[in-house]
Ligand binder design. Sequence first.
Ligand code: PEP
Ligand code: MN
Length: 346
Amino acid sequence: MIISMKLHATPQEVAQVRARIEEFGYKVHSIEGEERVVIGAVGVGDVTQCLDSLEAMPQVEKAVRISAPYKFVSREFRPAKTEITVREAVIGGDEFVVMAGPCSVESEKQILESADIAVRHGAKLLRGGAFKPRTSPYDFQGLEEEGLKLLDKARRATGLGIVTEVMSDRDVDMVASYADVLQIGARNMQNFALLKTLGKCGRPILLKRGMSSTIKELLMSAEYIVAHGNSNVMLCERGIRTFETATRNTCDITAVAVLNELTHLPVILDPSHATGKRSLVPALARAAVAIGADGMIVEMHPQPEKAVSDGAQSLDPKQYARMMADLKPYIALWKQARMAETAAVV
Ligand code: PEP
Ligand code: MN
């Protein structure tokens, strides 16, 4: 349920509404806004009686049921996009935000070079995994905390925000102490213990879609994080498993448009894991801009042929620079469309 208070409702009136909700046995999840307070409450079962009772209170403007199973992340709950500020960047605002860097942090030289190239051509965040989810236990597993320290160095050198994966709830506090954004990988999208821990980590989350997960499941996973206290979540389409083998995954590009209808959370596209092949990445990046994603996360490596993971899908510095230059006219159109959308919601 979402309860909008009348303009300038007093704290005492808000408290009365809260008490009424709790009398019905429902839980108040959030109270937002200053001039106009909006209360989010979650109730299991038929909430009709509670809604009627709340609407009868003089200080309440409107009390509505959210029909989607995901409540806090739904567009019904909040019509305007969530904006997430990460250092210089606002994700979900009026800039298309690029996050770029290697699949894995490999060495100081590699990550500092990557950061330098990333920032020079317009990225606002540096990506790089210090904890790597690998299919084979014999493959490189990541530099772990040492890798996080190198990312921190790269941030100091360039000012870029850092987005890096956390794989276990045990490591959340440690990764959060170095990273600006915590990435949850496709394989962990439904690791509910991890999702719950993220509610209190104090960092924005980049939640990647599981390779066999539906859009609804992705939204329910985001709901876990928000319901546990962290509303700064962005969603990432990174391709799903299908019968097609020409690409590493099949990019569900429509998911971006679907998510933009269903949720106010920012949506990011990962053209690297979605294709598995660097020659296809720039075309899909253009599609990300055209379809209205809020940004993209792309793999780029100073020497892809030497990368310890995902070299085949990593752009080299020249290809990355070219892609970023070629995207400019598309991003200019994206901005026009974004301004029109924002004006329509307000
Ligand atoms: C990655 O970003 O390098 C990664 C492992 O992504 P995903 O979880 O989407 O496979
Ligand atoms: Mn990768």
